[in-house]
Design a protein around this ligand. Structure first.
Ligand SMILES: *Cc1c(COP(=O)(O)O)cnc(C)c1O
Length: 361
C-alpha cells in the first residue's frame, strides 16, 4: 500500500484506516447490490440500513435516551449557528452565549443578524481566548445557553460543562464529539460538522431533544426547520448519503475496534498527556492555552520565531507528520489529535519535536 503519513490536520482530518479500507473494498459493489453506495437510491433498503445504523450507533455511543433525535443535515456547523437561534428561541427570552473564540464569536454574530436578544454572559476575549471561563452566570430564564465545547483554533476545551438545570444547553461539538463521555441530559441541542472527529466533510450531525422541537416556529422555510428532518428521519430530501455512510463506518470502528467511548477517552487522555507533558518539560516550544483549559483534541504551540515555525512545519511534513500549521488567524503550530490519531502518531510527533529542538535550540 502507498505510504500514509500521520495526519494532524484540523479538518477535514484523519479517518481511521480500517474505515477507508472497508469503503474501498465495497466501493464498486455495495453488499451484493451490484452498485456503489454512491449510486444507490436514498430510498432503498441498502441506504435505510446505513442511515439507521449510524443513528443507532450515535445513540449507543453517547448514551442518548428516547428523548433525543439524531439528524443528518448539510451546511456545516456554520449553518447551525443560524438555525439554532432561528428554531429554538422561545419567544423573546434572551439567548445566552459563552464566547471562547472564533467559532463561538461566529455563532453569536448569526444570532445577532436575526435581531435576537443575545447576551454574551462570559467571554475569554480579555486574555486572547487562551482559556475557558469558569464562573459562568447561568440564568435559568434564558431560552438557551450556547457554548463551544472545544475551540479548534485556540486549543481550549471545556473540561466540565456549565451547571444548567432549567435552561437547555446548546453545544457546538464539531471538534470533540465522540472524544469522551458526558451526560447528554442537560443538552437541548448538540451539533457537529462531521469532518473533524466523526467522518468526512459534507454532513452535520445534529442531536436535538424532543421538547426543543416544540419551539420550532411553523412559518420557517421547510429546509431550515429541525422538525422537517426529525419527522422524516433526515430523508425529506436527498441526504449526503456517502458522508453518512462513512460516518457510520467511523462509529462502527469506535464501537467495535476501539471498544466505545470510555476506552476512546482513555486513549485520548494518554495522547494529550504525552504531548502536553513534553511541552511542559522544555522551553523551546511554548503551549498557547492555559493549562487548566487545554484541549485534548487540538494542541496549539509556538516556537521561538516565525521562521522556526515555518521550518518546523515544512520539515515535519517531509518526515511524514502532516498538517501541523496553526489556523491562519492565529499563526503558530497546532497538532490535531482526534480519535483517528493513534498514540504512535503522537509518540512520533514528540520524537520529531525533540530532534528539531536539539538541532535548532
Ligand atoms: C470547523 C468548525 C466549525 C465550522 O464548521 P463547518 O462545518 O465548516 O461549518 C464550527 N465550529 C467548530 C468548533 C469547528 O471546529
Amino acid at each position: 500500500m502507498s505510504h500514509r503519513i500521520y495526519n494532524f490536520n484540523p479538518g477535514p482530518a484523519a479517518l481511521p484506516l480500517p474505515v477507508l479500507e472497508q469503503a474501498q473494498g465495497e466501493l464498486l459493489n455495495y453488499r451484493g447490490s451490484g452498485m456503489s453506495i454512491l449510486e444507490v437510491s436514498h430510498r432503498s433498503a441498502w441506504f435505510d440500513e446505513v442511515l439507521n445504523d449510524a443513528v443507532a450507533r450515535t445513540k449507543r455511543l453517547l448514551g442518548l435516551d428516547e428523548r433525543f433525535r439524531v439528524l443528518f443535515m448539510q451546511g456545516g456547523a456554520s449553518l447551525q449557528f443560524c438555525l439554532a437561534p432561528m428554531n429554538l428561541s422561545a419567544g423573546d427570552k434572551p439567548l445566552d452565549y459563552v464566547d471562547t473564540g472564533t467559532w463561538s464569536t461566529k455563532a453569536i454574530k448569526e444570532a445577532r443578524i436575526q435581531g435576537k436578544n443575545v447576551r454574551v454572559i462570559a467571554s475569554s476575549e480579555d486574555r486572547n481566548y487562551t482559556y475557558i471561563p469558569t464562573d459562568i452566570p447561568v440564568d435559568e430564564e434564558a431560552a438557551f445557553l450556547h457554548i463551544t465545547s472545544n475551540n479548534t483554533i485556540r486549543g481550549t476545551q471545556f473540561r466540565e460543562f456549565p451547571k444548567a438545570e432549567k435552561v437547555p444547553l446548546i453545544s457546538d461539538m464539531s471538534s470533540d464529539i465522540f472524544s469522551r463521555r458526558f451526560d447528554p441530559s442537560p443538552f437541548g441541542l448538540i451539533y457537529a460538522g462531521a469532518q473533524k472527529n466523526a467522518g468526512p466533510a459534507g454532513v452535520t450531525l445534529v442531536i436535538v431533544r424532543e421538547d426543543m422541537l416544540e419551539r420550532v416556529p411553523a412559518e420557517l422555510p421547510t429546509m431550515l426547520k429541525y422538525t422537517t428532518y426529525a419527522e422524516k428521519n433526515s430523508l425529506y430530501n436527498t441526504p449526503p448519503a456517502f458522508a453518512i455512510y462513512i460516518t457510520g463506518l467511523v462509529l462502527k470502528w469506535l464501537e467495535e475496534e476501539i471498544g466505545g467511548l470510555e476506552r476512546m477517552e482513555e486513549i485520548n487522555r494518554r495522547k494529550a498527556e504525552l504531548l502536553y507533558g513534553y511541552l511542559d518539560a522544555q522551553d523551546f516550544y511554548r503551549g498557547t492555552a492555559e493549562p487548566a483549559s487545554r484541549s485534548w483534541m487540538n494542541v496549539t504551540f509556538r516556537l521561538p520565531s516565525e521562521e522556526l515555525e515555518k521550518a518546523f512545519i515544512e520539515e515535519a511534513q517531509r518526515n511524514g507528520l502532516g498538517g501541523l500549521k496553526g489556523h491562519r488567524s492565529v499563526g503558530g503550530c497546532r497538532a490535531s489529535i482526534y480519535n483517528a490519531m493513534p498514540l504512535e502518531g503522537v509518540e512520533a510527533l514528540v520524537n520529531w519535536m525533540k530532534d528539531f529542538a536539539a538541532k535548532n535550540g
